[in-house]
Design a protein around this ligand. Structure first.
Ligand SMILES: Cc1cc2nc3c(=O)[nH]c(=O)nc-3n(C[C@H](O)[C@H](O)[C@H](O)COP(=O)(O)O)c2cc1C
Length: 238
């Protein structure tokens, strides 16, 4: 599980992206085609990612009517929804498009109808996608030491892949920017674990987003992530 061919360009995309809610238009046909190809690659292990154009988004999102729906077979770890969805976000960012994860910003009935949702499937989030001028990169995130109890220098002493993984996970978007994770970096692994937050509904999905970022960070340092379920989350070895 959590196996995916990572693109090199997703590393730079992590250091560029932020949520966009006001767009200047929908992606064009060539962009939709490229995203469609990736959606097919992301659709496995119990997840299906599908693109739609038309009604479905609430009007907090302006200027685009294109969105991706992450459909999960019931029983699939919610982390996988975040993992696959964020891959689409980073690819779209690399294409110069804006995105926003939406847990509340869509009409569930319309989405259910569009995807012809079956009784053994569920949708927790959609992702709006559109043309925009990407805002300057200025993520509001927890300090590295607060996040993992170690300085960047100490992380670097553990190894390049551990440092890249933690710094990348730190940038992951999360519902209400709660960053509901604790990161433990060690010589032989980086774990992304739950931590108590007020609003828990999307915490596992948020964790999956952070896991994709960590994997892309480790990949940038020349390592391939392998994930193992541990108490309270997942551990990556690379
Ligand atoms: C699972 C999830 C659900 C989200 N739901 C919403 C939403 O319903 N409406 C919204 O405006 N933003 C939503 N967001 C976007 C977050 O508010 C945003 O990612 C976070 O504040 C960090 O900001 P950034 O993405 O610009 O770095 C969601 C993000 C995630 C990961």
């Amino acid at each position: 599980m959590f196996e995916l061919n990572l693109e090199k360009s997703w590393y730079d995309a992590m250091y560029k992206r932020s949520s966009v809610r006001k767009y200047t238009g929908a992606p064009d046909k060539a962009q939709l085609d490229r995203l469609g190809v990736l959606c097919r690659k992301l659709s496995w292990q119990g997840i299906t990612v599908r693109m739609f154009k038309g009604p479905g988004l609430k009007n907090m999102v302006k200027g685009t009517d294109v969105y991706a729906v992450i459909v999960a077979r019931k029983g699939t770890p919610m982390e996988l929804e975040g993992f696959m969805g964020e891959a689409l976000v980073l690819e779209a960012t690399d294409m110069g498009l804006g995105t926003c994860w939406l847990g509340a910003g869509f009409y569930p009935e319309i989405i259910r109808r569009n995807v012809n949702l079956q009784s053994d499937e569920e949708v927790h989030c959609v992702i709006s996608i559109g043309k925009c001028t990407l805002p300057p990169f200025a993520p509001k995130r927890k300090d590295v030491v607060k996040l993992c109890g170690q300085t960047e220098e100490a992380l670097g002493a553990l190894g390049a892949w551990q440092k890249e993984a933690v710094l990348a996970a730190r940038l992951a978007p999360s519902a209400l920017n709660q960053q509901p994770w604790k990161i433990v970096a060690e010589k032989n692994g980086v774990s992304i674990l739950e931590t108590s937050v007020l609003y828990k509904k999307y915490a596992p999905l948020d964790r999956g987003i952070a896991m994709l970022h960590a994997a892309v960070g480790a990949h940038h340092a020349g390592r391939q992530a392998v994930w193992k379920k541990v108490d309270g989350g997942y551990q990556m070895r690379a």
